[in-house]
Design a protein around this ligand. Structure first.
Ligand code: ZN
Length: 463
């Protein structure tokens, strides 16, 4: 927004004088820049609150004796009524024209409607900031943290409610996408429409456990109630090579070995706590949104869970399936630690078998684990794991084709969604709370936060 510089200067001078006077009045010695900044922020917040009040009161325009009611009837002007909102400048009370006496019994303040204001509620501007703390921090910590930024207090309950509203908006958007991509007519229309040109797209899916607390005595008493639920998360992304200058030490090392280093870009996360079938619909819907259904090349990098491969095979039968390199390699490390006490022997075995895996010689890897399968549970499970995934571990071919082979993206995504938020100390979740907070967080991580903020400005939500 552009402002008249001269006017701004005048106001700025007034603010400076005001702060100066306040400091002198309090007779404070040794005032430093931090004190001046704080005094100015406090003053500016008060000015903001006043300005918002004046703005709203001026924006009301001329009062009409009568206006149309949404029901088709007529509303008559009553009087100027007071309303209160919680804005980024704290509580603001203003007066605006209020109309009533329609046969339908409803009243109306056109100003509130025009600006998307709900009296007695948090404004969209404040909701945006509150929810931002809610997707990042335990609500209790968010409260302290927000107070430093906003200079007034917001309750934990408000933070929870506003965060979940953002999640609800994300959920509504997803429900819409799912409806469109499950509907035959919409799919056919999409088929005829312009296609997104995606050359190479990646997908990854993973799951992490979230503890769900019983909400009330009845839930507590219910038998067989699952406390730990799987949060399923997925990510769509594209690969790009990391420029030489930006490579980390680990990536430089990797570049020596692999020739090139790829990283993920344009990451789009999605998540839910639901069964595989329902999650599959979300996978398909989000996939259609990024053009996975018509990508020239589609590669899935996942860890071995069977339900994941089943969903991929069902929705994207032509996709290339790769078991995440780091998971595959990690297993070998754990087996080596389990079966060799002699460090030298451990090292020799591990180096050989890791190289075999790297070269896509999965049969040799299985053969190397086999002899230990009677004494090591890890080795026994690994024989099945590598055996079930042989074609998904042809790392030599995948590397030669220039594909990413590690799903660090989704690992990281799950960590960012689950560990770094849902598992924070002090975090207690009912099922909906966990889902909505996680969904709001995926919107942030995917760069779609502004869409939620815009949607939040538009609709007064009833949840
Ligand atoms: Zn009416």
């Amino acid at each position: 927004m552009k402002y008249n510089i001269e006017k701004l200067n005048q106001i700025a001078q007034k603010v400076a004088e005001m702060v100066q006077e306040a400091i002198e009045d309090e007779n404070q010695e040794g005032v430093l820049i931090g004190d001046v900044e704080m005094a100015m922020r406090e003053g500016l917040r008060e000015i903001g609150g006043q300005a918002l009040k004046y703005f709203l009161e001026n924006a009301d325009g001329e009062v009409a004796a009568e206006i149309e009611c949404a029901c088709g009837g007529k509303l008559k002007y009553q009087r100027h009524r007071e309303a209160t909102i919680w804005s980024v400048f704290d509580k603001v009370t203003y007066r605006r024209a209020y109309y009533a006496s329609c046969a339908c019994g409803k009243g109306c303040a056109p100003l509130d409607q025009r600006y998307g204001i709900e009296p007695d509620k948090v404004t969209a501007g404040l909701a945006h900031l509150i929810a931002l703390s809610g997707i990042d921090k335990a609500f209790e910590d968010g409260k302290k943290w927000l107070k430093e930024y906003l200079l007034f207090e917001v309750s934990e309950n408000t933070i929870r409610a506003e965060t979940q509203k953002m999640g609800e908006l994300q959920r509504q958007a997803e429900v819409q996408m799912i409806a469109e991509t499950q509907d035959e007519a919409s799919l056919q229309k999409r088929e005829r429409g312009p296609k997104r040109e995606v050359t190479c797209l990646y997908g990854s899916i993973d799951a992490a456990k979230v503890r769900i607390e019983p909400r009330d005595e009845q839930e507590k008493a219910a038998e067989n109630r699952e406390k730990w639920r799987d949060l399923k998360a997925g990510c769509w992304y594209e690969g790009e090579s990391v420029p030489k200058r930006q490579r980390s030490a680990r990536q430089r090392h990797k570049a020596q070995r692999e020739g090139t280093v790829l990283r993920a870009k344009n990451k789009q996360y999605f998540c839910d706590i639901d069964n595989a079938e329902e999650f599959g619909k979300l996978l398909w819907a989000t996939g259609c949104a990024v053009g996975a259904d018509c990508a020239k090349l589609l590669v899935f990098i996942c860890d071995g869970a069977v339900w994941i491969w089943n969903l991929i095979a069902y929705y994207f039968p032509n996709a290339i399936q790769i078991v995440d390199w780091y998971h595959a390699e990690e297993r070998l490390k754990r087996i080596a630690e389990d079966v060799f006490s002699n460090l030298n022997e451990r090292h020799v075995w591990l180096e050989k078998v890791t190289e075999d895996l790297w070269q896509g010689r999965v049969e040799l890897v299985i053969a190397a684990c086999q002899p230990f399968s009677t004494k090591s549970e890890l080795a026994r499970l690994a024989v099945t794991y590598y055996g079930n995934n042989i074609e998904r571990m042809r790392y030599d071919q995948f590397r030669a084709a220039g594909y990413l082979i590690g799903s660090g993206v989704i690992e990281n995504g799950c960590k960012q969604i689950v560990t770094q938020r849902l598992k924070l100390p002090g975090a207690q979740w009912n099922l909906d709370g966990a889902i909505l907070t996680a969904k709001a967080r995926t919107a942030w991580l995917s760069g779609n936060w502004q869409k939620l903020v815009s949607a939040r400005s538009l609709l007064p939500l009833a949840i």
